[in-house]
Design a protein around this ligand. Structure first.
Ligand code: ADP
Ligand code: MG
Length: 253
């Protein structure tokens, strides 16, 4: 995709859980070469939206389009193969395996053969290919000096970046991150922001759900603000910072 191309779009997405409306008529767009933040108070519906966008869950009404194709009949695995990637919360890093092995395993699980296949031994060519890709992605994110370091002995910030390296395998055009800066120290947040800016310059589209306002304001191009399942504001960081409805949502109540 070229810079500015529309890659991912939610059109009037509503998600109900019984009587509860977690997302109501949500629309948003994500373009190549853009970092977009989805923010809002706890319970606003951000994670629900994130799950709609990545085809982990499907809308009650409305639809999500990725590369102009509706996701309604696609599995999250198919969507990953089309070029969308999210950090896996459920597939944790294996602390006693090296950074390289963790990324290679992630690359394998994102590939066509699936999780079950990972339990059996791989063909040698395939194993070499995965290790090569893992090494390439670790260099790309700046962890090239830690290929053989055990994941568990990396700092939390480095582990977060390792998860991103894993998500970058098979070269997605869209990257979705749920609270990437959570729990990180100032220096680590700066390193993460630097990486995301680099990936943006390479043409990726990045959407992040984030609580950390300083992190968001210094990084993203555009912000969508949610409250009670709805979009209450959208704009540039400097517009959002002074938006009365946003201040009310965060400070009021
Ligand atoms: P956020 O990520 O902004 O904190 P969520 O999307 O997790 O918000 O949740 C929005 C609302 O939807 C909350 O009231 C939450 O309890 C509800 N909710 C989320 N997932 C489910 C589910 N699987 N079943 C029932 N209610 C849910
Ligand atoms: Mg959430």
């Amino acid at each position: 995709p070229k810079k500015g191309d529309l890659l991912l779009e939610a059109r009037h997405v509503t998600r109900r859980f019984g009587g509860l409306v977690a997302n109501n008529n949500m629309s948003l767009q994500l373009h190549a070469g853009e970092v977009l933040a989805l923010i809002g108070p706890n319970g606003a519906g951000k994670s629900t939206m994130f799950n709609q966008l990545s085809a982990v869950d499907s809308p009650s009404d409305g639809e999500v389009l990725f590369l102009n194709q509706s996701l309604s009949n696609k599995t999250s695995r198919q969507v990953a193969q089309m070029g969308m990637s999210r950090t896996f919360q459920h597939v944790k890093l294996l602390p006693t395996m090296s950074a390289l092995e963790n990324v290679a395993l992630g690359a394998h699980m994102r590939g066509k053969k699936g999780v079950l296949n990972a339990l059996f031994h791989l063909e040698r060519d395939e194993e070499q290919r995965l290790l090569k890709e893992a090494q390439y992605q670790l260099n790309r994110v700046g962890l090239g000096d830690h290929l053989h370091t055990e994941a568990g002995s990396l700092s939390l910030g480095q582990q977060r970046i390792l998860e991103i390296a894993r998500a970058l395998c098979s070269d997605p055009c869209v990257l979705l991150l749920d609270e990437p800066a959570a729990g990180l120290r100032h220096k680590e947040k700066q390193a993460l922001a630097g990486l995301l800016k680099k990936l943006r310059a390479e043409g990726l589209a990045i959407l992040l759900v984030e609580h950390d306002m300083d992190f968001v304001m210094n990084l993203v191009d555009r912000i969508v603000v949610m409250e009670f399942g709805e979009k209450i504001a959208e704009g540039l960081p400097e517009e959002i910072q002074t938006n009365p409805a946003v201040l009310e949502a965060y400070l009021g109540g």
